[in-house]
Design a protein around this ligand. Structure first.
Ligand code: NAP
Ligand code: MG
Length: 481
C-alpha cells in the first residue's frame, strides 16, 4: 500500500485537478516507493496563486509581532518534528541521518536569526525630519512569492527563503524538487499546525519543466527565489523578464580548496573529506576542485585516498554509514558518466570503484578522487554534483588563485595556510561569494550573506540582512504637514 500525498492550497489538502501523480523513490533501495505525489499543472497553480493573492491582503497588514509569533510557532513545531523530518530527508534524499539532523538544525538556527532580525530590519527606515518635511522609507511586501527548491537540502533551502518572505508580509507558493517532495509536503503540514491563516503558505508538487516553468511565468507571482542549477537559473531569468518578476538565483559551483605547503595538513584533509563527500558531494558549496601545493601533493593524496577507502558507503539510516547514495537515477548516471569522461580525457582514477559497478540496491557511488586534472578537462570546469574530487597541483599562490578563478562559477572557496599574508592575498583576489581561511568550503553562518558571484548566482544573497531585503519594496515617503 503506497501513501498518496496532497498539495496544500488555501489551507486545504487537495489532489491535482487532473488526478495525475508520480512516485518518490528511496535512493538507497531502488524501486522502494516512499509515496505518491501530485503532478500539478497550470490549473492547480492558478488555484494556489489565487489563494496566495487573496491571503496577501490581510497578511500584509498583520502587525510584524503577529507574523513573528506565527513564525516562532512554526520553528517550535519544526523543532518538535526534528526526528521525523530528519528521517524523511534521509529516506528520500539518501544523505546520512547525521547530515539530515544537521540540515534541520541549520534551518532552525537560520529561522531563529531571521525571526529576531525582523524587528531591527524595520527600525532602519527613518524617519528623518527637516524644514517641515518628514521622510522615511516604508518597506512593503512584494506580494505573492514563488519559492523553488532543489533536492539536496530539501527543507533547509525552502525555510531560508520562505521564512523571510512570510516575516516581511508576503504570501508564498512553494514547489519542492521532484526527487524530494515528501519533506516539502511535510513542511506544509507544519505551517498548518503552526496556525498560519489559509493561503499564506501553499505547496504544490510537480515537474520543474511544467509547474516550475508556469510558476516563473505566472503574472500573479511578483518574485521568485530559486535554488538549483545554473542551466535552469538562466532560463528562469529570461522568463522572469516578461513580467519583470524579481529573481533571487542561488546556482551551481565548482568550488576550489587550496592547500599550501605551510598548512596544517590534517585539518586540510578533514576539510577536503567533509566538504568533498558530505551529502555524497551534492552540496552547492562542496569542494569539487582540490588544488595542492606541489611539495605536499603526493603525501596529501596518499592520505586522502586512504581516508576514501575507509569510508563506509550505505543506507543513510544506518549509524555506521559515512556517506549515503546519490539522490536518484539521474544523478547516478550523470556522475558516473562524468567520471568516465574524466578518465577518457586523461585524468587518473586514484580512489573510487573501477569500473563502477551497477549497484543492485541503491544509487551508491564510492568517494572518488581524480588526479592529474588540468584546466582543459571537463572535470575541471563542470559541476559534477557527486562525491568526486578533482585534483590539480600548483607551484605558487598566484598560480593557485589563477586556477581557482578559472571557472564560470564563483560560489565558495577555501584556503588552508598558516601565513597571514597568503590568506590576505587569497581573500583579496579570489572571485567567490564565500572565502574561507582554514575552514572548509561548505561552512556558513546565518548572519553572513550566502550567494555566489559570476554564474553562481544573481540577485541579492540569502541570509544576512539581504535575505529579508529581497522580499520588500521600498516606498520613499515624503510627508509635509
Ligand atoms: P535543478 O534541476 O535546477 O532543479 C532545481 C529546482 O528547479 C527543482 O525544484 C526543479 O524541479 C525545478 N526546475 C527544473 N526545471 C525548471 C524550469 N524549467 N523552470 C522552473 N523550475 C524548474 O537543480 P537540482 O538538480 O535540483 O539541484 C542541484 C543544483 O542546485 C546544483 O547545480 C547545485 O549547485 C545547485 N544548488 C545551489 C545552491 C546555492 O545556494 N547556490 C544550493 C543547493 C543547490 P524538478 O525537481 O521537478 O525538476
Ligand atoms: Mg526520492
Amino acid at each position: 500500500m503506497i501513501d498518496t500525498f496532497s498539495n496544500f492550497i488555501g489551507g486545504c489538502w487537495k489532489a491535482s485537478l487532473s488526478g495525475a501523480a508520480f512516485d518518490n523513490e528511496n535512493p538507497a533501495h531502488r524501486r522502494r516507493v516512499l509515496g505518491r505525489f501530485q503532478s500539478s499543472a497550470a490549473d492547480d497553480l492558478d488555484d494556489a496563486v489565487d489563494a496566495a493573492a487573496s491571503a496577501f491582503a490581510a497578511w500584509r497588514r498583520r502587525p510584524v509581532a503577529e507574523r513573528q509569533q506565527l513564525v516562532g510557532e512554526f520553528l517550535r513545531v519544526l523543532d518538535l518534528s526534528r526526528h521525523e523530518l530528519a528521517r524523511i530527508v534521509t529516506l528520500e534524499n539518501g544523505k546520512t541521518i547525521r547530515e539530515s539532523y544537521a540540515e534541520v538544525d541549520s534551518a532552525l538556527v537560520e529561522g531563529s536569526h531571521h525571526l529576531h532580525q525582523i524587528s531591527a530590519f524595520y527600525s532602519h527606515t527613518g524617519p528623518a525630519a527637516s524644514g517641515g518635511m518628514t521622510t522615511w522609507v516604508q518597506y512593503e511586501p512584494v506580494g505573492v512569492v514563488g519559492v523553488i527548491s532543489p533536492w539536496n537540502f530539501p527543507m533547509n533551502v525552502m525555510c531560508r527563503k520562505t521564512l523571510p518572505a512570510l516575516l516581511t508580509g508576503n504570501t508564498v507558493v512553494f514547489k519542492p524538487a521532484s526527487f524530494t517532495p515528501w519533506s516539502g509536503v511535510f513542511m506544509a503540514g507544519l505551517f498548518e499546525r503552526a496556525g498560519f491563516p489559509r493561503g499564506v503558505f501553499n505547496c504544490l508538487t510537480g515537474a520543474g519543466s511544467s509547474l516550475g516553468d508556469g510558476l516563473v511565468r505566472h503574472p500573479g507571482i511578483r518574485a521568485v527565489s530559486f535554488t538549483g542549477s545554473t542551466a535552469v537559473g538562466r532560463t528562469i531569468q529570461v522568463k522572469a523578464a516578461e513580467h519583470l518578476t524579481r529573481t533571487q538565483l542561488e546556482l551551481g559551483g565548482k568550488n576550489a580548496l587550496i592547500v599550501m605547503d605551510d598548512a596544517d595538513q590534517h585539518a586540510a584533509l578533514d576539510a577536503a573529506v567533509t566538504a568533498g563527500f558530505s551529502n555524497a558531494g551534492q552540496w552547492c558549496t562542496s569542494t569539487s576542485r582540490l588544488l595542492l601545493h606541489r611539495p605536499i601533493a603526493a603525501s596529501f593524496v596518499a592520505a586522502l585516498v586512504d581516508r576514501c577507502e575507509r569510508m563506509v558507503v550505505g543506507d543513510g539510516l544506518d549509524e555506521a554509514t559515512d556517506m549515503g547514495p546519490v539522490a536518484g537515477p539521474k544523478q547516478f548516471d550523470a556522475v558516473r558518466a562524468a567520471i568516465r569522461l574524466a578518465q577518457a580525457e586523461g585524468a587518473r582514477l586514484l580512489a573510487g570503484a573501477v569500473p563502477l559497478p551497477d549497484s543492485p540496491e541503491g544509487y551508491f557511488i564510492r568517494p572518488t578522487v581524480l588526479g592529474d586534472v588540468t584546466p582543459r578537462m571537463t572535470a575541471f570546469h563542470e559541476e559534477i554534483f557527486g562525491p568526486v574530487l578533482s585534483i590539480c597541483e600548483f607551484g605558487s599562490l598566484n598560480e593557485a588563485i589563477e586556477l581557482a578563478n578559472d571557472s564560470m562559477y564563483g560560489l565558495s572557496s577555501a584556503i588552508f595556510t598558516t601565513s597571514l599574508s597568503t590568506a590576505r592575498s587569497y581573500i583579496d583576489n579570489i572571485d567567490a561569494g564565500l572565502a574561507h581561511v582554514n575552514v572548509h568550503t561548505g561552512y556558513k553562518e546565518p548572519w553572513m550573506p550566502f550567494g555566489g558571484v559570476k554564474q553562481s548566482g544573481c540577485g541579492v544573497p540569502e541570509n544576512s540582512e539581504t535575505g529579508l531585503e529581497f522580499f520588500v519594496d521600498r516606498k520613499a515617503v515624503y510627508l509635509r504637514g
